[in-house]
Structures are given as structure tokens and as C-alpha cells.
Design a protein around this ligand. Structure first.
Ligand SMILES: [Zn+2]
Length: 220
């Protein structure tokens, strides 16, 4: 049985979490990084289905609904974003480290990295990272007039989260989660995947969990 948090770090190419209300003249704003949990769980479940369908012989049929739940029962895991975020005048900053290991802040609006003491000053010069998109008329493949829209995104390159078991995970459930995490590479998290946002380029799982699963997989 596995009953600890599974810590994961993803390498991503920027991120857009849909669902925000239009603001600051942005048609399609993104939610903040701390709202990414349900997107992560969704993409993990999608990966789990691929695992079950593509790796036969593991006896993982039915394990997916134990882990992720179905209409009748709750799943066994919760996903939560594991990032340290501080807010200064309603702008969010990620607490991170520079090369020397000192704590710095990364502005979640423009991506610039600054010292703690510079946060208030930064807000005066912060430029929102907005990109403009064009809606294409699907019927004619042409640009519709008056259909420019603007959107923003979260300028992060990594995203850390934890999978928290609500109940202890059986070896098969742990194995499914492990394979699903490996299948996350090249999946897209959040919106605008076609523009490369949220593309998961690498997945890093805690050594302890990997060793646990690999040991049991090789025995059985
Ligand atoms: Zn900024």
C-alpha cells in the first residue's frame, strides 16, 4: 500500500487555465496557476485511459475508476498544485530560487524574476504578456473581420503538484498512476494546446515513489 503524497514536477511551455472572466481588456484571461489542479487531474485521467487501453496484460481494467472515481463514487486521489505564491496588490508572484539558491519572486503576469524588495516597484512597470489571436472562419478558412481577440497566459516553465491519496493505494493503483504520469509527456495542460501552451515536455516523479512502484512491478 502507498499512502504518501506523490510529488511531481512538470516542464511546460507557458500555461493557460481557462475559465477566467474577461478583464483588463483581455478577451480570454487565464486563471492563476493555483487553479491548475483540476486541469492536471483531467489530463492525468486521460493518460490513465491510454495506459489501460495500450498496455494489456497489466490487469489494470477497472483500476482507473478506483483511482479517479465515477458517477457513483469518489476517486482515491486529490491533486493539488504545490507552488508557493504570494500576492502583492492583487498581482501574484511565484516564490522561487535563483541559481545561488536565494529566494526570488517570479511575476506571474510578465514572467520577470525580481527580488522581494522590488515587488512594489515592479508593479509600476510590469507589462502584461498578452498575445492577440485571430479567429479563423472554419467554413472558408479565412480571417473574419472584427474577430481579433486577445488572451494572456502564465509565463512558467515548470509546474509542481502533489497527488494526495485519500485512501491508501493498492499496488495496482500506484502502478496505474506511475504509468499515467509517464504518459503525460506531450499531452497538453489547460487551453490553447494547439499554440503550444501547456505542452508537457517532461515529467519528474519523486524517486521514492518510482522506486516503490518499480520494485513491486518487477516482483509480480
Ligand atoms: Zn510583471
Amino acid at each position: 500500500m502507498w499512502n504518501e503524497d506523490i510529488d511531481v514536477k512538470l516542464q511546460v511551455k507557458g500555461l493557460r487555465i481557462g475559465g477566467g472572466m474577461p478583464k483588463y481588456n483581455i478577451d480570454l484571461p487565464t486563471l492563476s496557476i493555483d487553479y491548475a489542479s483540476s486541469s492536471i487531474k483531467g489530463v492525468l485521467r486521460k493518460a490513465a485511459r491510454k495506459v489501460v487501453n495500450s498496455i494489456g496484460g497489466l490487469g489494470l481494467d477497472g483500476v482507473e475508476s478506483e483511482v479517479f472515481g465515477n458517477q457513483n463514487k469518489e476517486g482515491k486521489i486529490q491533486v493539488s498544485v504545490r507552488e508557493n505564491i504570494v500576492e502583492v496588490n492583487s498581482t501574484k508572484f511565484l516564490v522561487t530560487e535563483d541559481k545561488s539558491g536565494s529566494h526570488i519572486l517570479k511575476c506571474l503576469v510578465c514572467g520577470e524574476e525580481i527580488k522581494y524588495s522590488e515587488a512594489k516597484q515592479h508593479l509600476k512597470v510590469c507589462k502584461r504578456r498578452i498575445r492577440s489571436g485571430i479567429k479563423i472562419d472554419s467554413k472558408f478558412g479565412s480571417v473574419k473581420s472584427g474577430h481579433l481577440f486577445s488572451y494572456d497566459y502564465i509565463p512558467v516553465k515548470t509546474l509542481k503538484f502533489s497527488i494526495k491519496p485519500i485512501l491508501p493505494l493498492s499496488d495496482k493503483e500506484a502502478l496505474l498512476i506511475y504509468y499515467s504520469l509517464n504518459f503525460l509527456r506531450y499531452e497538453s495542460l489547460g487551453g490553447f494546446g494547439s499554440r503550444g501552451f501547456g505542452l508537457i515536455e517532461d515529467v519528474c516523479v519523486s524517486d521514492k515513489f518510482r522506486e516503490y512502484v518499480v520494485k513491486r512491478r518487477d516482483v509480480s
